[in-house]
Write a protein that binds this ligand. Structure first.
Ligand SMILES: Cc1ncc(COP(=O)(O)O)c(C=O)c1O
Length: 442
């Protein structure tokens, strides 16, 4: 049986690692071989506190027996079920369960395998919806600067992170972007939602004036931008986007791949910020990271608009071989049960103030220029070194790992988003390691 617990002595060259400086990594590999609760184990036998829930996905902590058992059982029962013109009960059970948990208008669920696929699915559904209603001219998407929506051509096009875009040509045509909401001058060291910035949503009116509403299919934003370094929406910003979209018949898509499943102290960002999207993407925490799976929540209006015509026609020519994969469904159902039984989303909300105080205690450390937080998320932004953007952030990430803390780094911001089972002592330990490392960096 393949065994990932032994030290690596194999050739590292074959595997082209994603979003990684391959040559640098292969000179000094960092290998994880085990995970339980709040901790990873490295191939050197060292315990590392997981400060970022894997990659924002292991919300219930690692190695949950209930999820493992559900996957094991399902693998023995039926490994795979044909996904087109056939199905299996767990896909329906999961979708119903999920629809119950989603904001009240989102009653339907389309299943996919990754956040990127969920985003491309949502974009396609938006186009198909407008076309079905005789508004096929609405083909334009509006994303946001510094947005991250995965790596499909659709998601890359609506995304707003320059390094993710510049190698890949023109991508999807007819896309425009809102300005991002990050402003150190106005909002640095805000606790929770910043007070300044809701007027940035008015830029959508400018884009409508420029392109005309009749050409715009949808606006897509992360309620809280995670991958770009934790940008919390200013108070009133998402409400204003919602209002402008509604007024112009533009769909609002929330990409909740990170904010879903308790991360902000509510089921979804939509609930935390009290704004209803028309479509919602989710992934990561859906299965607690145990099996790849993603989903799109879809409102009734959109679903109904496409359920027209003769019943034998396929309403949406879109789907994946692994849509609703039985092992992923089993894992997701088990994960949702854990979230509910352990009230992990409430737990996140209850810990938020403690977390906030803990991370903001780093305010006076060397080179810290901003700290942002919400739920169990924090972004700590460091001053870039002259002529070497991202170098200090990278050093912080590496040094923290050596000291026993895994976090995410993007540019000179480090992000924390621990499993929602974290204990107060582990919050203290996280901040202690990070604070010491920040002080030690030149
Ligand atoms: C908001 C958002 N959308 C989409 C994605 C892409 O997800 P995946 O890597 O599963 O394709 C991510 C990944 O971090 C994300 O944060």
């Amino acid at each position: 049986m393949p065994d990932s617990t032994h030290r690596t002595n194999n050739n590292l060259q074959a595997y082209w690692m994603p979003f990684t400086a391959n040559r640098q990594f292969k000179e000094a590999p960092r290998m994880l071989v085990g995970a339980k609760g709040m901790y990873y184990t490295t191939d050197e036998g060292k315990k590392v506190l997981d400060g970022c829930a894997g990659m924002w996905c292991v919300n219930a902590g690692h190695g949950r027996e209930q999820i493992t058992e559900a996957i094991r059982f399902q693998a023995g029962q039926m490994d795979y079920a044909t996904a087109f013109q056939m199905s299996h009960p767990l896909a329906f059970e999961l979708s119903s369960r999920l629809a119950n948990q989603l904001p009240s208008t989102l009653d339907h669920v389309f299943l996919a395998n990754s956040g990127s696929e969920a985003v491309d699915t949502a974009l396609k559904i938006a186009l198909a919806y407008h076309r079905a209603r005789g508004e096929g001219n609405r083909t334009r998407f509006i994303g946001r600067e510094r947005g991250y929506h995965g790596v499909g051509f659709g998601g890359t096009a609506v995304g707003g992170i320059v390094n993710n875009r510049k190698q890949f040509g023109n991508m999807l045509g007819g896309v425009d972007h809102l300005p991002h909401t990050h402003n150190l001058e106005k909002n640095s060291f805000s606790r929770g939602q910043p007070l300044w910035g809701n007027e940035l949503a008015n830029s959508l009116e400018n884009l409508v004036a420029l392109h005309d509403a009749s050409t715009i299919a949808a606006v897509i934003v992360e309620p809280m931008a995670g991958s770009t370094g934790v940008l919390i929406p200013p108070v009133g910003y998402l409400d204003r986007l919602r209002e402008i979209c509604t007024r112009h018949g533009i769909l609002l898509i929330f990409d909740e791949v990170i904010t879903g499943f308790g991360r902000t102290g509510a089921s979804f960002g939509a609930e935390r910020f009290n704004v209803q999207p028309d479509l919602m993407t989710m992934a990561k925490g859906l299965t607690n990271g145990a099996v790849p799976m993603s989903a799109v929540g879809i409102n009734n209006l959109i679903y109904d608009a496409l359920m027209e015509g003769p019943p034998e026609i396929i309403e949406l020519f879109h789907g994946y071989t692994y849509s609703g994969h039985p092992l992923a469904c089993a894992a997701a159902l088990a994960a949702l049960e854990i979230y509910e039984n352990e009230r992990l989303f409430d737990r996140c909300a209850e810990l938020e103030l403690y977390w906030e105080d803990a991370v903001h205690s780093l305010r006076d450390r060397k080179n810290v220029i901003d700290i942002r937080n919400i739920g169990l998320v924090a972004g700590i932004e460091l001053l870039p070194r002259d002529g070497a953007p991202a170098a200090r952030g990278y050093d912080c990430f590496i040094q923290c790992f050596r000291e026993g803390l895994l976090l995410r780094q993007t540019g000179d911001t480090v992000a924390l988003a621990p499993p929602l089972i974290i204990e107060k002592e582990e919050i203290d330990r996280t901040v202690e390691i990070l604070g010491n490392v920040i002080n030690s960096l030149d």
